[in-house]
Structure formats: C-alpha cells, structure tokens
Design a protein. Structure first.
Length: 385
C-alpha cells in the first residue's frame, strides 16, 4: 500500500490549490477566549524553544490509510522519541480512545518523567503543525490556534484526513486550562521560528499562500503574525511553494539557536537542485538581515548527509538535521547512517547548545514520511515568573 507523504511532490501548482474552506475572510480572535489576539500582542510573546518547558505534546499516528504497512514502525519511532524526551521532561501523548491502550503499552511507563497518554482524537503525528503554539508573559500563558487546514491540500492528490487534528488545539487547551487565542491567519507551528525576543523567521511560500490565507498580502499576513504571537519583526525567507506538502516550512530550513544566531540547513550531495536554490536564497537573505533589536544575524550551516550513504534513500525521505527538537537539558536530533555527517551534526549542535545533551535518534520511519523530530513534537513552555 503506498504511503501518502506529507512532503510528497505535488502534482498541481499553487494556482490549482483550493481556497480555504472558510473563504477569504479568516476568523478574527473570538470572545470565547479569555485571551484575545490583541491582548497577546500587548502582553504575551512566543518564547524561544530553548526556554524552560512544562511538558511536550506528541500524537499517536492513527491512520493506516496514511502510513500503510509502515504504521507500526512509525509508532515505534514515535515511542522512541517520547521515551528520550521523557528523560528530560514530561510527555503527553494524544491518542484515539480505542488506540490509547496500545499507545500506553508501546510507550511504556518506566521513563524518568513518565509518558501520559490522553484520549484526544487525532489523525496523524504532526502535532507541531496542528497543536497549539504557545505564547507567554509574566505569570501568564495562552495557546494560539493557527486554524490548521491540512496544509491547504484539500482537493489535491496529497490530501489526508485532518478534521480531528484541526480540532485538537482547542481540545488540548481546554483540557489543560490554557486560554485560547484564535489566530487571524491559517498556518502551522512548523512555519514559525522565533528567537523569543521579538523576531520571527518564516517562509513566504508557506504562509503567503492562497491555500492557507487567500486574499491576504504579505503585509497583512505579517501583521496577523505579530498580533497573535507578540513578535515585532518577521524575517521572510522565500521558500518554495508546491514542491512538498508544507510548502517549505521554516523548521526544515532555518532555526534560531539563540538571539542573533541562526542554523541554516545546507543540502548534502544528491539533493534535488531546487532545494539547493532554496538554500542559496535563504543564505542571501540572512546575510543582510537584522533582528527585532537591530542585531545582524550570525549564520552557521548545518550540512545534510550524503543521500548515497544514508539508510533511507526514498525521494521523500527527510534527511535533515535541522528538524531537531529542544527540550529541558537536551537537543534531540536524527541520525541517518552517514557517519561523518552524523558526527558533524553532533559537533555543531553541541557548540550551539552548550550545557545540553545532544541525543541522536534513528527515526527512519518518520523521516520516510517526510518529517522529523521537530514536526512530531510541540512543547508547552513554563510560565515566566
């Protein structure tokens, strides 16, 4: 049975993609939440991923129609990632009610912090994209619901069910007693990367796209991001629309490791030339960019492995170290079987994150679906004093 990859090559161009189901007028921040988008802009901000966490959310992949014969193996990878995170902070795993016991059994309960399985309906594992994006302030926290619409792929050959995933952010926030901000844009957590000091990295291709935000200009999308996330400046990288299901998420391209410091994903040997062009364009923009405080950015490249040497060689296999996840005291990063590249990634990340453990994990089954560790996790930050 073929696997529908979240990063599979699209057969339609961007112009052929449908408008969002809710039309050109995106929902405004609603009175149903105690925290509005306007309040978030004034008092709350999206923190850096390296800030202290309360927990990490994950999701148990539910559908054999998406993963086919790989479903059990993908679940094994998810359990492996959950265990490694649980050595550093608590993990909450979403699962469908009839799959929750299996998730508990596979994930086990012997980890240091523990893995809690909660019965919240979901469709797939990509909780970075459909889960809430948290914003914090002194003594306060809220979760931004970014109106997940299945990456805007309804009506394309790469559509997959997402109704449960789209509802999950609101359910999580309600269950954990966190105020909800409904964003005035549509997008995903994997499209948002911040330094925690008012600067956001994002790709034009992913957010300024009619499949998510029809009728909105880049300036309008930028203002919506600032309002919902409490950021002051957006550094836009061009990206590439229509060549993967995310339309080139930022979390596979460029990541803040600290204010003013960016890791840039560098394509390895054997990568399609179009992704080399994406890297070249991003490098050019970052070379002259400044952050919200006027600092020039220091860019360090994080090279991909040689695709001829890695274990998974499918065209949709995500062989990127940049899709790593930061947790309390550690950084979790894939390893792919290219000994030199795996070792270099370890060395670079250790230098960028001194004082944290660098934990390398085999996630070949997740990567075969076009995602990585960051895509499969969403952290809840601790509330600042």
């Amino acid at each position: 049975m073929p696997v529908t990859s979240r990063r599979g090559l699209l057969k339609f161009g961007a112009a052929a993609l449908p408008l969002m189901a809710f039309g050109a007028a995106l929902p405004a921040a609603t009175a149903a939440s105690a925290a509005t988008a306007a309040e978030a802009a004034g008092t709350l901000r999206m923190p850096a991923e390296g800030d202290r966490h309360t927990r990490t959310f994950m999701a148990w992949p539910a559908l054999s129609s998406v993963w086919g014969s790989r479903l059990d193996a993908v679940r094994g990878d998810i359990a492996k990632v959950a265990y490694e995170i649980s050595r550093y902070e608590p993990v909450v795993m979403l699962a469908r009610a009839h799959q929750a016991d299996d998730a508990r059994y596979v994930c086990g309960s012997g980890a240091y912090h523990g893995i809690t399985v909660v019965e919240i309906e979901n469709d797939d594992l990509w909780i970075r994209d459909f889960g809430p994006t948290f914003v914090v302030g002194p003594g306060a926290i809220a979760g931004v619901d970014t109106n997940f619409n299945g990456w805007g792929k309804t009506g394309t050959p790469y559509y997959q069910p997402f109704a449960n995933d789209a509802a999950a952010a609101a359910t999580i926030l309600s269950q954990y007693g966190v105020d909800r901000v409904q964003a005035s844009f549509a997008g995903e957590g994997g499209a948002l990367e911040t330094d925690g000091q008012g600067t956001l990295l994002a790709t034009v291709s992913s957010l300024v796209n009619a499949n998510r935000n029809p009728g909105m200009s880049q300036g309008q999308v930028e203002q919506a991001l600032k309002s919902a996330l409490g950021v002051e400046k957006v550094v836009w990288l061009p990206g590439l629309a229509g060549q993967d299901i995310t339309d080139c998420h930022i979390d596979c391209l460029a990541r803040f490791t600290a204010p003013g410091q960016v890791l840039l994903d560098k394509p390895g040997p054997g990568v399609d030339p179009k992704w080399v062009a994406v890297y070249d364009e991003a490098k050019k923009v970052l070379a002259s960019a400044t952050d919200a405080r006027g600092r020039r950015l220091t860019v360090t490249e994080l090279p991909n492995p040689d695709r001829a040497k890695i274990r998974g060689r499918g065209t949709e296999f995500l062989s990127s170290y940049t899709n790593y996840c930061v947790v309390n005291g550690a950084v979790l990063v894939p390893q792919f079987g290219d000994g030199y590249a795996d070792g270099l990634a370890y060395t670079i990340l250790q230098a960028e994150y001194p004082g944290r453990d660098i934990v390398q994990i085999d996630i070949d089954n997740i990567a075969a679906g076009g995602g990585g560790i960051h895509c499969s996790t969403q952290s809840q930050p601790a509330v600042p004093a």
